[in-house]
Design a protein around this ligand. Structure first.
Ligand code: 5GP
Ligand code: SF4
Ligand code: MG
Length: 465
């Protein structure tokens, strides 16, 4: 998901809508905005679909006055299987003795089921199936005198990977979990402040990038400035390495590095680790593009757009049902036949999950008369589900969970298939010595099966690590 918040500028909701538009790649199912105005109080709007279609009409934006607003774009993950209900769309709002607060998060609370049971037993009435609502109810039970302290109390009970933006009548609040698994950055406008999942959404509103919120940090922002605190037990951070590979936009800066350059590096590493004689390097657009450029530069094999993407389709993986996902590949991608005929083609993609994309693309490429097809993948085999906010399917559906590399190659029907090694990936993201096995620098659970936070709810449901 994507989260965004603005304090200290007229019509903050308009800025939030623009920010969410720039974060649309992080969630396309639905969006929501809450704004506060001293005379009109808290107002919210929730809509299914793209921000550009739902938060651009005057009718909607007029209902969201004020100089303080937060928003969320939704991508449904664990807990919300099937159709999302509009009541599950964030931000959530709660009214407390000392005033209201709205909250939105990106990530996943791994003990949400247990917390929900406990809260319901103690009298809380839930209105949605979303994890964020747990935080609101925990805040309601806290004995602290003001809202930021109540939020600290609540978040200390919550396990998992989450970045939060929240607001009161006068404050904009941002939090990253103790491991800093999900991103969150701070930006500055002439007259105010911004919180955003990624820096690309600061650019769109002309905000200056100040810094990343640190792992375990909570910032409480008012007209007076930014107050920083660290409510959790300090731990070594474990940022999601997959943000570098796929999730973030290539024009964002993560950990002081351009995502684009990191992806190009991944392609270069891949070319060193898994060279092959061929005529063309083609990306599976758009997610494989920077890595394909890196592979081409390192190998000297020409880069070409062998697959053309229809710009009017979203990310296929993000469409929630298997049926739509299956159709999606053809609706979105087409082979550039004239270019491919009789060529030995290296196809570079960011990841293989179920293998649906790769299989379809291989068929399309062979139909177009390619002489050979070699897959090069910019991440290690995805053998484990993510429980921290990225929607990987159940373990059984992951190709790499049940097949060896050679079996996957056969299943996909390609001449060769190679994944970057985990160490190679770490080198590409700037860890010159590779992965520190005794204390890994990133979360890489979907590749390694080493979960930095025990997925308590999933274990209860029978998941075996
Ligand atoms: P598959 O077709 O193998 O199930 O999915 C792999 C494709 O989905 C890749 O092209 C990748 O770009 C895309 N993708 C979209 N969202 C995700 C995600 O959350 N995780 C992973 N691993 N791949 C994703
Ligand atoms: Fe990121 Fe994978 Fe960890 Fe999920 S399991 S947070 S996708 S590295
Ligand atoms: Mg892709």
């Amino acid at each position: 998901c994507g989260i965004f918040g603005v304090l200290g500028t007229k019509d903050a909701a308009n800025f939030v809508a623009l920010g969410l538009h720039a974060l649309q790649h992080r969630g396309q199912e639905a969006g929501g905005i809450v704004a506060h105005h001293p005379d009109h109080g808290f107002n919210s709007a929730r809509r299914f679909g793209y921000v550009r279609d739902t938060f651009t009409s005057q009718d909607v934006m007029e209902t969201l006055p004020g100089s303080l607003a937060i928003g969320h774009v939704r991508y449904s993950t664990a807990g919300s299987k099937g159709q999302t209900a509009i009541r599950d769309v964030q931000p959530f709002f709660g009214e407390f003795a000392m005033g209201g607060a709205a909250i939105a998060h990106n990530g996943n609370i791994t003990n949400a089921d247990a917390l929900r049971r406990e809260l319901i037993e103690r009298g809380s009435i839930f209105q949605s199936s979303s994890d964020s609502e747990c935080i609101i109810h925990l805040m309601a039970r806290s004995l602290q005198r003001n809202i930021p302290e109540r939020m600290e109390d609540a978040l200390r009970r919550v396990e998992g990977a989450f970045s939060v933006v929240a607001m009161t009548r006068t404050k904009l609040i941002g939090v990253r979990d103790a491991l800093g698994v999900r991103p969150l950055v701070l930006g500055k406008l002439d007259t105010g402040y911004v919180l955003s999942s990624e820096t690309c959404a600061l650019d769109i509103i002309g905000a200056e990038f100040v810094r990343e919120i640190e792992a375990g940090e909570m910032v409480v922002i008012t007209d007076q400035g930014v107050d920083s605190r660290f409510p959790f037990r300090p731990q070594k951070s474990r940022f999601c390495i997959f943000e570098h590979v796929y999730f973030s936009r290539p024009d964002s800066i993560l950990g002081g590095r351009s995502v684009y350059e990191t992806r190009e590096n991944i392609g270069r590493e891949l070319a060193k680790e898994a060279p092959v004689d061929a005529d063309l390097v083609c990306p599976v657009p758009d997610s494989g593009t920077p890595a394909a450029i890196g592979y081409s530069l390192e190998s000297g094999i020409p880069y070409a757009m062998g697959i053309i993407r229809n710009q009017y389709m979203g990310r296929t993986f993000i469409e929630p049902t298997e049926q739509i996902r299956n159709m999606g590949v053809r609706l979105k991608l087409n082979v550039n036949r004239a270019l491919i005929r009789d060529k030995r083609v290296i196809l570079v993609d960011d990841s293989v999950v179920r293998g649906t994309t790769s299989r379809k693309i291989k068929e399309m490429i062979l139909d177009a008369g390619a002489a050979e097809v070699h897959f090069r993948i910019a991440s290690p085999p995805t053998a484990w589900p993510c429980f921290y906010g990225v929607d990987t399917p159940q373990r059984e559906k992951l190709l790499a969970a049940t097949m060896s590399e050679e079996e996957m190659r056969e299943h996909l029907g390609v001449d060769s298939l190679k994944f970057i090694s985990l160490d190679g990936l770490y080198r590409a993201v700037g860890e010159g010595n590779g992965r520190d096995a005794s204390s890994p620098q990133y979360c890489d659970a979907c590749f390694s099966g080493e979960y930095p936070v025990e997925p308590a709810d999933m274990i209860e449901k029978g998941f075996e690590m």
